[in-house]
Structure formats: structure tokens, C-alpha cells
Design a protein around this ligand. Sequence first.
Ligand code: IMP
Length: 181
Amino acid sequence: MESVKIGEDVFEILLPEEQIRARIKELAARLRLDYAGKTPIFIGILNGSFIFMSDLVKEFGDVCEIDFFKLSSYGDELISSGAVKLLKELNCTVTGRDLIIVEDIVDTGLSIKFIEQLIAEHSPNSTRVISLLLKPDSLKYDAKIDYIGFEIPSRYVIGYGLDYKQQYRNLRSIYVLREEV
Ligand code: IMP
């Protein structure tokens, strides 16, 4: 099995790049139908969503706009500290627009909840959330995710935009920290 060794930790492959690519094609086809005749704004949450966002909008193919929020990360922790800070605001006007929030992974749901509240203040026409990954067993906040790539176990993952201590975002596949037996 393909694996990555980081210090004492071993990460095993969870989602190979071909599987990610195929799922993104399906998600993009669904978005094309749902947003036919509209010009949605894809809003990525930095840093983790940058690769997913890029592949998703290329597959989407139709007319759209793109912007980013940046939130504070977990620092170097493997679990959420529970605090979210806004580090970069949007540059576009969202009032009356159709927004698609693009997340790499929803864990507790705190980040998405935070973004949804922030955006609601600016009265968009519609807001939906797409996340490549969801850890359903970790959800603590009432966050509605409209499009989900893959549901995964509540274990730490890296690659395809997701980091460990800011590294490994550029791996093409998604890897999971091996559980000790
Ligand atoms: P939430 O606010 O708890 O839903 O966490 C969302 C954010 O936490 C994501 O956008 C990621 O930046 C980070 N995160 C959560 N789980 C993981 C993981 O397994 N690997 C890497 N980052 C993660």
C-alpha cells in the first residue's frame, strides 16, 4: 500500500487522485445543472481549499466568479482549538449573488458556521456549501453541507490541499494517519 512517512507517523492512502478527479467531475456536473443560467461566485476557504477549488471550477466550465476567505487554521494541532479568526475578507460584493462556499474538509463544522453567519449579513440571493470531505462523526455545529465529495472517518488526513504543520498540501492523493493497533 502506498504510504508517506512523516517523522514517526505513517500516512496511508485513503483517496487516490483518480477517485478524487472522478468525484469532482460528478460534483461539477451537478453544479452546472443547479446553476444553469446563473453566474455563481465560488468562495474558497484558504488555505486548504485551493487545489479543490482550482479543479472544481475547471470542471464546472461555465461562467463564474472566484474569491477567497482566509481563516485562521488549527496552528500545528491535529484537532480543532474551537476558535476561528477571519484573516482575509472577500474582495467582491455578494449582495444579491448566488454563492458557493468551497471547503476542503468539514470536521466540527465550526468554520462553515462562522462563514455562513458572516455572509448572511451581506444578503446574498443564495448560499450553498460544497466540501470535498466530511467527517460526519465529528460534526458538532449545525452546519448544512449541500454537496459532499466523500464522507470519511474522524481521522487526520493530509494531501490535496490539506496540511500537516503547513506541509504536504501538494500531495496529489489524500492520506490518512495510520491508527496504531
Ligand atoms: P472545522 O471548523 O472543525 O469544521 O474544521 C475545518 C478546517 O479544519 C478545515 O478547513 C481544515 O483546515 C482543518 N481540518 C480539519 N480536519 C482536518 C484534517 O484531517 N486534516 C487537515 N486539516 C483538517
